[in-house]
Write a protein that binds this ligand. Structure first.
Ligand SMILES: Nc1ncnc2c1ncn2[C@@H]1O[C@H](COP(=O)(O)OP(=O)(O)OP(=O)(O)O)[C@@H](O)[C@H]1O
Ligand SMILES: [Mg+2]
Length: 354
């Protein structure tokens, strides 16, 4: 690449973990419908299976469930599966959609017995709503405040038993009293390549795409441990296979397609590689400050720090140190570059020594 190439907008990235509105519609068709269809996350699946089975046997409502994990790992999917497994309807809302406690009271008071309330981005709820939720979760009761000022009165309202499923990408931001009110917490991990391969093959089946095992493996390897990205790459590879070949996705076709879209073997895209490339070529592998690195790639500090770095760190390609960003030996190897000679040990004079 040349330095004049524009770095792609973050929300247009093929490897973005978040979905936009349009994509959510496409995704709905690919969602597994029950626990058996849900790939991977063995531990969460097994534990959740027990929670739900036990609740069904008691003929009761399942305990509240908190699902935490990075975007695109299947939290929304799992919440729908919980409702399906319980044979219960599901109501979907999100933390940011609940501005006032009254908004939450309206939702809670209209729930039917056993209904699943899915509260996405639960860490982004307002404080008053959060406090109302504590009582609703524990006692199935809310106090509806009528009137204002000294004349305001709290009218207690009984709620039918329901199951709250909260989802968050930031479990650490949840206040402990809220976290403690969930009977079960499932932490979703990134997926292993073999699991993503199964996700790809399953989605290909649903989309009527002919794909062989190697083709699925090629896509899986570049999907950053994330089913959403695997499904997105599959759709782009399908386009390529249809336009440039006979529609069949082999390893070769998948690799060619993803090279065109600039998603490399490890799932790095152009932005990720630009950051690594600058770190290695311009700064000899660091340490270099974040601001300097950001200027070098023509991006905002925040973009480098929040969009590119987390994956590079996760992949063991870049490390954040108090002295600045440094590249690991794996980074040099990944870009096919040779690290410079180690600096002289202390006590010996280097070329530019005093
Ligand atoms: N275990 C899985 N097996 C098969 N497909 C999956 C799995 N997990 C997720 N997917 C697919 O990945 C896509 C994204 O999943 P989902 O919307 O549930 O992620 P999320 O964790 O809710 O993401 P966000 O944090 O952005 O809301 C969906 O199309 C879903 O079908
Ligand atoms: Mg979701």
């Amino acid at each position: 690449m040349t330095w004049d190439d524009p770095v792609p907008e973050t929300d247009q990235r093929l490897v973005a973990a978040a979905a936009d509105g349009e994509e959510r519609a496409v995704e709905a068709a690919l969602r597994p419908k029950d626990l058996g269809e849900f790939v991977g996350q063995e531990r969460v699946r097994e534990q959740l299976d027990l929670v739900l089975k036990a609740a069904r046997q008691r003929g009761g409502t399942a305990d509240h469930v908190l699902l935490s994990g990075a975007p695109g790992l299947g939290k929304t999917t799992l919440s729908m599966i919980i409702a399906a497994e319980m044979g219960a309807p599901i109501r979907i809302t999100s933390g940011p959609a609940i501005q006032h406690a009254g908004d939450l009271a309206a939702i809670l008071s209209s729930l039917t017995e056993g209904e699943v309330l899915f509260l996405d981005e639960i860490h982004r709820m307002s404080r008053p709503a959060e406090e109302m939720l504590y009582m609703a979760m524990e006692d199935f009761r809310v106090d509806v405040i009528v009137g204002k000022g000294p004349g305001a009165t709290a009218i207690p309202l009984e709620l039918p038993p329901f199951t709250l499923v909260g989802a968050t990408t930031r479990a650490g931001l949840l206040p402990p009293p809220l976290r403690d009110r969930f009977g079960f917490t499932g932490h979703m991990e990134f997926y292993a390549p073999a699991e993503l391969e199964r996700v790809v093959r399953r989605s290909a089946d649903l989309l009527d795409v002919v794909i062989d095992t190697d083709g699925a493996a090629e896509i899986a390897g570049r999907s950053r441990g994330t089913p959403r990205i695997a499904n997105r790459l599959l759709r782009r590879v399908r386009d390529y296979a249809q336009v440039k070949a006979d529609g069949v996705v082999t390893r070769e076709i998948a690799a060619q397609a993803l090279d065109v879209y600039e998603v490399d073997l490890r799932g790095l895209d152009r932005l990720d590689r630009a950051v690594l490339d600058a770190l290695l070529r311009l700064f000899g592998g660091g340490p270099v400050g974040l601001s300097t690195l950001a200027v070098a790639v023509g991006e905002e500090r925040e973009t480098v720090e929040e969009v590119a770095e987390p994956f590079l760190v996760r992949e063991g390609l870049l490390a954040r140190t108090p002295r600045g960003r440094i590249a690991t030996p794996a980074a040099w190897a990944h870009l096919g570059l040779v690290p410079p000679q180690q600096p002289n040990p202390p006590g010996q004079q280097g070329l530019f020594g005093q």
